[in-house]
Write a protein that binds this ligand. Sequence first.
Ligand code: SAM
Length: 273
Amino acid sequence: MRVNGATVKRKEIFCLEKITENHENRLYSDLSWIWPLWGDLEKDYGVYCERVSRIFEETARIPIKTVLDIGCGGGKNLYHLKKRYAVTGLDLSPQMLSLANDLNPACETILGDMRSFSLNRSFDAVLIDDAVSYMIDQAELGMVFDCAYKHLNPGGVMAVTPDRTRENFVQNETTTTLGEKTIKGDRFEIVFVENTYDADEADSVYEDIMVFFIRKNGKLTIETDRHRLGIFFFADWRRCIQETGFILSEYEDTFDRQKYTTFGGLKPFSASS
Ligand SMILES: C[S@@+](CC[C@H](N)C(=O)[O-])C[C@H]1O[C@@H](n2cnc3c(N)ncnc32)[C@H](O)[C@@H]1O
């Protein structure tokens, strides 16, 4: 077989690993290096952050100067939000925080778990984007919202965007995305394949299986990854946010012809206001 003009033995270009139990969240650990190739930093994340900024400004009762991005990952939202605000990123993965630092050298980043962090200071706004999908039951959702509430100034706002809700979940939804980049002289072409599957509708967990076709200078490696994510009804999102003490608002938007909802939560000046 010939690849880029060179003859390569079949077994050298094809290395398929089976999904095993320990293949979980590799995208945020040993495979984190491919994260920057996924999605268009300028377009996709720029559009989302414009939307989030509008939600902040419309919902808050105080001027927004400081923002905490919870589950900031590789810092693609920080990259846009830092143009308007003093932003801090928090994430569970040191590898993802390292990417966030590379992209945003002047931004503060903090290693922490969104369910339990404590920073002894507060912000004017908090963003939790798709990272909130890693909360697999309502008790965990409540913990995240409690933490966000504690780290907000009165009159400040939380914006939360789940990937999916129970109402719009599609069984076996499969998407492919192509990312290309030259890194230190090596040409990488990566096809990201993502498949969602809910094995048991009675619980609030579904899985997102990822397969990465990684071609480095034409030589193919296939890697697999599994993510366990939470799926909740709209009513559950609304109740959890309101039970924390937030005043709820909702914003619907469309991206790539897919509708998604961002929940807003205003922290009142007093419990009764
Ligand atoms: C899909 S990525 C988010 C990426 C980010 N929005 C970006 O633009 O780069 C999900 C992130 O959630 C983080 N995460 C998952 N569980 C977490 C937890 N309990 N606390 C903090 N971060 C968590 C992962 O480490 C990962 O970086």
